[in-house]
Design a protein around this ligand. Structure first.
Ligand SMILES: C[S@@+](CC[C@H](N)C(=O)[O-])C[C@H]1O[C@@H](n2cnc3c(N)ncnc32)[C@H](O)[C@@H]1O
Length: 314
């Protein structure tokens, strides 16, 4: 029995998109607590196969327990999903799932440093075993202008400049080392009387995204997923942030066109025809039903979009 509990979001929608079948091969690049993976393996019984990847060793250990009944039908890898090409043959996957962001246990365990509600080390690395820069190391060393940019762009924090300057002043007195220390600074600097979101929500999200290079991972992961899919195979992506949606659309745009063009500007006379590599199956986001939202508030900002690889056999 383990205490890793994460309620998977949009499960019915993911199953409808991937339509798992026996004998087929699936890749879950964000295995987490294996909520989606269990359903994919059940739906592809008796002989569907799944590769599960997660950069968080704690999640993998929990997933291994939940997946035990499917022994022989799955393999697990500890690492980032942008490396999926090292672990699957090109063109071999019938479905790839990326359910982005963090899991509930990562957010809820104060020792991981994602939570501003409880005190813990200012860490936020999804994979602490990887080395890598902690949130503390980053906030204590980044230029004030860079702090401002990240809070503004990733956190959509309207008072990014004020917050960045306050951090710059505070760290001259003492380094920022704990989540409560940073949260208290944010509460003092950018109070939000009566607002629904805690004032630290956006800044903590921005830090998490930079510490884990989440948008870089997504850009490279989407390219890797395209190579991993067989023609007719599907890529399901669950996003929680508008910048993730932008990265997904920028990735899909040239690949879904039936022409290409040189340079920055698409001039109709200079187009050259080419077959599209992808087609949208679900382009307008699918979101959680009222029933799911009532049961799982984390589904609030979840959006599912689905692409299919074109080519022979699709
Ligand atoms: C939202 S949770 C996934 C939950 C999962 N679908 C389930 O049903 O339990 C996201 C998971 O993806 C992992 N993750 C995030 N970015 C990753 C990346 N670039 N490579 C591998 N794993 C990643 C996190 O560690 C976390 O466990």
């Amino acid at each position: 029995m383990n205490s890793f509990t994460h309620n998977p979001v949009l499960v019915a929608e993911v199953l409808a998109a991937l339509a798992p079948m026996t004998g087929r091969r699936y890749l879950d690049g964000t295995l987490g607590g294996a909520g989606h993976a269990v359903e994919i393996l059940k739906a592809s019984s008796p002989a569907g196969w799944l590769l599960g990847i997660d950069r968080d060793g704690t999640a993998l250990a929990a997933a291994a327990e939940r997946l035990a009944p499917f022994a022989g039908r799955y393999e697990l890898r500890h690492g980032t999903f942008d490396r999926m090409g090292e672990w699957v043959e090109p063109g071999s996957c019938d479905g790839v799932l990326l359910d982005l962001g963090v899991s509930s246990p990562q957010l809820d365990h104060p020792g991981r440093g994602f939570s501003f509600r409880e005190d813990g080390p200012l860490d936020m690395r999804m994979d602490p075993s990887s080395g890598g820069t902690t949130a503390a190391a980053w906030v204590n060393s980044a230029a004030v202008e860079e702090l401002e940019r990240i809070f503004f762009e990733y956190g959509e924090e309207p008072r990014a400049r004020r917050l960045a300057r306050a951090i710059g002043e505070e760290r001259n007195v003492q380094p920022l080392t704990s989540t409560r220390q940073l949260a208290a600074l944010i509460e003092r600097t950018t109070p939000r009387g009566g607002a629904r979101l805690h004032p630290a929500t956006r800044a903590f999200q921005a830090l998490r995204m930079v510490v884990n290079d989440e948008l870089g991972q997504l850009r490279r992961g989407l390219e890797a997923a395209l190579l991993a899919l067989r023609p007719g195979g599907r890529l399901a992506v669950i996003t929680f942030h508008s910048l993730e949606v932008r990265v997904l659309k920028q990735f899909a745009r040239p690949l879904t066109l039936d022409y290409t063009f040189d340079g920055e500007i698409d001039v109709p006379e200079l187009r050259r025809p080419k077959p599209p590599e992808l087609r949208w199956v679900v382009r307008r986001a699918q979101t959680a039903s009222d029933a799911e939202l009532a049961a799982n508030p984390r589904a609030r900002s979840a959006q599912l979009r689905v692409l299919e690889r074109m080519g022979h056999g699709s």
